[in-house]
Design a protein around this ligand. Sequence first.
Ligand SMILES: [Zn+2]
Length: 331
Amino acid sequence: MNNNNLIKVGTAAAKPGEIGEGAIEITKLAGGNVLSIPLTIINGKNPGPCFWINGGIHGDEPEGAITCALLRKLINPEKLSGSLILLPVMNIPAMEAGQRGNPLDTFSHDMNRIYPGKKDGYLSERIAHEHKNWLIETADIEISIHSGGSHSYLAETIFSTKDEKAQELSRAMGEPWYLSLYSNRPSGSPMSVMSEIGKPAITVELGGRSSTAPGSFLKVGEILKEASLNIMKHYKMIEGEAKYPAKRYKGYQKALLAPNSGIFLPEPSIKFRKMMNKGDLIAKITDYKGKELCNLNAPEDGMIFGLRAMPNVTTGDWCCFYAIIEGTWEK
Ligand SMILES: [Zn+2]
């Protein structure tokens, strides 16, 4: 809980009832531009928790940016209890280049693997370090928005730790978010630095390159906006009744990799996040002339929650995000 005083993050500041704009400044680049993380503080008139929404830690995943933009227009600090901190893009050089990692950094390319970062480390480690300092100082709750990026499309899926506070936050994402998997990255991410100090934080996945029909990107943003509003209702930051999934599935991710090179053809009848039985057909891989080379089958009972964006595939490529389902969460 903040004491409803001035909130400061980087160069941004906002008193209760105000919106503040600014950035976390990292360093000056050779051309004279300052490398910084832009952010907005919406500081509610009334006391309550400080909720951080982080987007774009991977530069090919702009879904966090659209979500923050939609929330920025909607949330009125006069009617907010607590505060909302919006960071549409954390990894600016990566987003500008449209790449997963920071092209200015050869040695710590994936920013979601290097937390808590390092004050005097590689460039991305310095970005992570500065971001982490402000995050753990001010945030009570955090979500990191991800997607399938340039390689895949992912349906609504949460990764989080198993503890009660993180599962409360997962459940608060609302009705469409009924798949909540154990994090396979217990360290290295914003979620991990929050969880180390006992604060709830989750990684959420939705969207990606194969969702590019007109309106699709906006729809992804709208779904993530609704989830963020549901969280704010759950923690009594805004008016309204939060809704929850009737049942939430738990389990862990298994990456299904291509056994052959060729063309990846998913079985048209399969659906995202619907239970499948071990052995069910997920896809076929054919050669360029259409000769069937192999089948990809469900490795255990579970669900598909993402598929590769490009049908052309090389041996060892990531084909399918599969969730091995172990049961349902108690709540
Ligand atoms: Zn990502």
